[in-house]
Design a protein around this ligand. Structure first.
Ligand SMILES: *[C@@H]1O[C@H](CO)[C@@H](O)[C@H](O)[C@H]1NC(C)=O
Ligand SMILES: *[C@@H]1O[C@H](CO)[C@@H](O)[C@H](O)[C@H]1NC(C)=O
Ligand SMILES: *[C@@H]1O[C@H](CO)[C@@H](O)[C@H](O)[C@H]1NC(C)=O
Length: 692
């Protein structure tokens, strides 16, 4: 039915004549395992690949067989028969997934994969080349996996512990086992076959017993004397071979003390070694080593050694010393074996020899300390044995110098600041204490050399600053005291006052003087109440400063104030001062004059008219006069000082004027000059006596 469809469609689709030979289709491909997928070892297994192909003609087929995705076989055939692949006497190494692919003229189809599982492995067989051997000789063993194939790992066991493993691609492994322990060794092996990432393990092999016999010869170590050994004693040490016979070749003897080789010998020449004992440790260990082929046999003996005297210790008394001050060095061995050495026989010396110190009894050396660091050692000696102490480094202390007292920044009245104290010389640790008058402040502070000590204080009166002192001490005889603290103290700015002089009159100049209390330099700022930016900023070394306005006009009227601060960084502001610019005097006078003139004219005109009117009736006449008023001689005239404005008293000819450059008021008659007190600027008015 399929074929019919295929042919029909082929005929319909092509317009030319059809080559029916090239029309085919692989209908199915299956792989089967015979007799079954899970078999015992030794079963003859066949893999059958069956391809069902729809075609008219006999087509060439290519079979490819895969095991675990790797090609293991490839064949071309024109036969329609199933393709068979034999695995005779299957082994576990045949385990895996198989599949088969068929390709015909570029068309291909692959079967589903089938898993073959073979169980059972042949037990390994172990063989040893001998069953008796001697120490150091070893034995050759072979492990065989009969009839097995694949990739192997062989494992060898001695008395149940694994001692060796070996990888092979053949089914046997031969190795040499160096059995070292005397006695019976039960040896067996197993193997593993590797299939992909897995492995299958065999049963245990037969067990072979190999007996290792002790070598008849051995080394022998003899030391004399054995007991009561003191350093300086002589020892005789013998290292020889026991049970030696001529059949043993290539032997070697070594005598060692720890890892120190003392002497060598051989089969015919035993070792005899003499030495004087040094008490480098309480016990000394020696060994006599015999080497035969691969075997090393050792005889070890340990002796105890008593010191004649212990390593001396060098100490200084007292433990600290100042430059050039007296000191004593003491050299002493703590333990002395009085049963062997007399106290008098034990001598002590310094190295370098004495060095400005004089011996002063056994192991005692006195003198003065040097200025610089110095290293001493001492040597104890008796019966030809010398022992040197460790190095004693003496660093004489430097006395502390007079400390200096200072502040880090400007102290500000009422605010906390730090006072530092430091000695420029003197070995640390240095103990510093701070004093205010006769009172100690806080607890003493301990610092190393080069580090200043400090405390934080607050003062409320400038005079307090000079009460502070500090003291330094580094354990020497005297304590050193600093001078009194001497530094400026900054008083914060207070009490700002804005003074305006002279009277603000149009056209004149005006001074706005800002004065304060506090420590200069002071930064002053002047403001007009309705403006944010200062009119002027200046820093002054005195406690007042001024801002000058030249050529006053009505627009300068307004509220003014000033601000001030100094290093205490606390800004203060004055009260507001109202400045109202008044009209100039000459303007007032001019207006007054004009009015007077107009009034006079009016009177004159009316008088003339009246006179003409009355002419005919009466012939009488009258005089009209105007008289200026004059002040009395002792009257005092008070004049508000106005900037750069002359104050002129017409009756007396007296004049007052303010000179803006000099900052003074000048007083006198026209053309004369008089000097005035400097504090005139603080005043707002001035009085001039009117004289005739
Ligand atoms: C397996 O095949 C071999 C020949 O290839 C034959 O000698 C042997 O007897 C067969 N074994 C079994 C169990 O049929
Ligand atoms: C003292 O010995 C020490 C080492 O123990 C060494 O560093 C130092 O320089 C020596 N001092 C002098 C003055 O020789
Ligand atoms: C301004 O300073 C002087 C000293 O420079 C001082 O005598 C005077 O009292 C100070 N005035 C004010 C207002 O602090």
């Amino acid at each position: 039915m399929d074929l019919l469809l295929l042919l029909t469609s082929a005929l319909l689709c092509s317009c030319g004549p059809v080559n029916t030979e090239s029309v085919f289709q692989i209908a199915s491909v299956t792989l089967s395992i015979e007799p079954r997928a899970a078999v015992r070892r030794n079963t003859n297994v066949t893999l059958r690949c069956q391809a069902s192909v729809i075609s008219l003609a006999q087509l060439n087929r290519e079979y490819t067989l895969y095991k675990d995705n790797s090609v293991i076989y490839n064949k071309n055939t024109s036969s329609k028969e199933d393709f068979l692949y034999h695995l005779p006497e299957a082994r576990v190494s045949n385990n895996g997934r198989y599949k088969c692919m068929v390709r015909i003229m570029g068309q291909e189809m692959t079967s589903k994969s089938e898993k073959l599982t073979v169980t059972g492995m042949s037990p390994p067989i172990l063989h040893a080349d001998k069953s008796r051997t001697t120490e150091g000789e070893g034995v050759t063993v072979r492990c065989l996996a009969p009839g097995e194939t694949g990739s192997f790992f062989f494992y060898f066991y001695d008395n149940s512990s694994e001692i060796h493993d070996e990888h092979r691609n053949t089914n046997q492994a031969e190795i040499k086992l160096p059995l070292s322990d005397v006695g019976a060794h039960m040896i067996h092996c197993i193997y593993k076959v590797f299939i992909m990432s897995e492995s299958v393990t065999s049963d245990e092999s037969n067990t072979v017993i190999v007996t290792v016999e002790e070598l008849s010869i051995k080394p022998f170590l003899e030391i004399s004397p054995v007991n009561n050994i003191y350093e300086g004693d002589n020892l005789t040490i013998k290292c020889s071979i026991l049970g030696f016979n001529q059949s043993h070749k290539g032997m070697n003897l070594l005598l060692n003390q720890g890892t120190n080789l003392l002497s060598v010998g051989n089969a015919t020449a035993a070792i005899e070694y003499n030495m004087m004992v040094e008490a480098t440790a309480p016990t000394l260990s020696f060994d006599c080593r015999l080497t035969v082929k691969n075997l090393i046999k050792v005889d070890t003996k340990t002796i105890s050694v008593t010191e004649l005297f212990s390593v001396p210790q060098l100490i200084m008394s007292p433990p600290e010393v100042f430059q050039m001050k007296p000191m004593t060095l003491i050299c002493k061995s703590q333990h002395v074996a009085l049963e062997r050495v007399n106290k008098e026989d034990l001598t002590y010396s310094l190295d370098p020899a004495e060095h400005f110190l004089t011996p002063n009894g056994a192991g005692i050396f006195s003198g003065r300390a040097l200025k610089n660091e110095f290293n001493y050692t001492c040597i104890a000696e008796a019966k030809g044995i010398r022992k040197r102490s460790g190095t004693l480094t003496i660093t004489p202390k430097v006395p502390v110098s007079v400390p200096s007292i200072r502040v880090a920044d400007w102290p500000i009245l009422g605010e906390s600041f730090r006072i530092f104290c430091q000695s420029s010389k003197g070995s640390g640790p240095i103990t510093y204490s701070f004093w205010k008058g006769k009172t100690q402040m806080g607890t003493p502070i301990i610092k190393s050399f080069g580090q200043p000590a400090y405390i934080s204080v607050v003062i409320n009166d400038v005079k307090e600053i000079n009460l502070f002192t500090c003291k330094a001490n580094n354990g020497g005889e005297e304590e050193q005291q600093s001078a009194a603290l001497d530094t400026a103290v900054i008083e914060p700015i207070t009490n700002p006052i804005l003074t305006v002089i002279p009277d603000p009159v149009e056209g004149n100049d005006l001074y706005l003087i800002c004065s304060v209390q506090g420590t200069p330099p002071v930064t002053f700022r002047w403001f007009r109440h309705d403006k944010e930016t200062p009119l002027k900023v200046t820093t002054s070394l005195s406690n007042n400063s001024n801002y000058q306005i030249t050529g006053l006009s009505k627009e300068y009227s307004g509220m003014y104030y000033c601000e001030a601060d100094n290093r205490a960084n606390f800004k203060v502001q004055s009260d507001l001062v109202d400045v109202e610019v008044r009209m100039a005097l000459w303007k007032k006078a001019l207006i007054g004059g004009v009015l007077l003139l107009v009034a006079s004219l009016l009177i004159m005109v009316s008088c003339v008219l009246y006179y003409k009117h009355r002419r005919g009736k009466r012939e009488t006449a009258a005089e009209l006069s105007v008289k200026p008023a004059s002040p009395k001689s002792d009257e005092s005239l008070t004049v508000n000082l106005t900037h750069d404005t002359e104050v002129y008293n017409a009756a007396t000819d007296a004049v007052s004027f303010y000179d803006d450059k000099e900052g003074r008021v000048t007083n006198g008659t026209r053309g004369s000059v008089a000097s005035l007190p400097a504090d005139i600027s603080n005043r707002s008015s001035y009085s001039i006596p009117a004289t005739v």
